[in-house]
Design a protein around this ligand. Structure first.
Ligand code: C5P
Length: 156
């Protein structure tokens, strides 16, 4: 490598980017329509059962996040979707996996293209208004996104 690249590679910021690239991603969907957001109620693990989340799941090796999210939403809700831009901050999921890998949770704005959402893998799904979202028993990781979601819901 040229000297400038070597310097960059030994730089902490470079290491940070590299670490980020290698983190496993969990992608979650903000499905917003007519001012409401579609949330899904988890059935597992025990400490999260009954809590509401943005539906989604782990990005598999060789998948792009948007592909993974489309697949997960087909599996979980039985719908065809279009994945839009990111919303909210990255959430570090310390110890989300059984291995030592780092997981990062990211939310995307998602549009329903076809199909009526069904709770194929959740206890229940439901549309939440802004007031209901603010009151909802969300999984802890998703709570950080509420203000961003509300802003987006008011625009839709
Ligand atoms: O749904 P699944 O168990 O595959 O999700 C993988 C990890 O991501 C879990 O630790 C889950 O709690 C977390 N997750 C989350 N918020 C979401 C979706 C998943 O915290 N909206």
């Amino acid at each position: 490598y040229p000297t400038s690249v070597q310097a960059a590679m030994s730089d902490e910021r470079f290491a940070g980017h590299e670490g980020e690239d290698h983190a496993q991603e969990v992608a979650a969907a903000a499905i917003i329509s007519a001012g409401s957001i579609l949330l899904a109620q988890r059935t597992y693990p025990e400490e999260l059962a009954g809590l509401w989340e943005l539906p989604g799941g782990k990005v598999h090796d060789g998948e792009l996040p948007a592909e993974a999210l489309r697949r997960e939403l087909e599996e979980e809700l039985g719908v065809t979707t279009a994945i839009g831009p990111r919303i909210g901050v990255d959430v570090d999921l310390a110890g989300a996996g059984s291995d030592s890998e780092r997981y990062v949770l990211r939310a995307y704005l998602v549009q329903l293209i076809a199909g009526e959402p069904q709770p194929l893998e959740h206890a229940e799904i439901r549309w939440f208004t802004v007031a209901e979202l603010r009151d909802a028993d969300l999984v802890p990781n998703d709570r950080v996104w509420v203000d961003d979601l509300v802003r987006s819901m008011r625009e839709h």
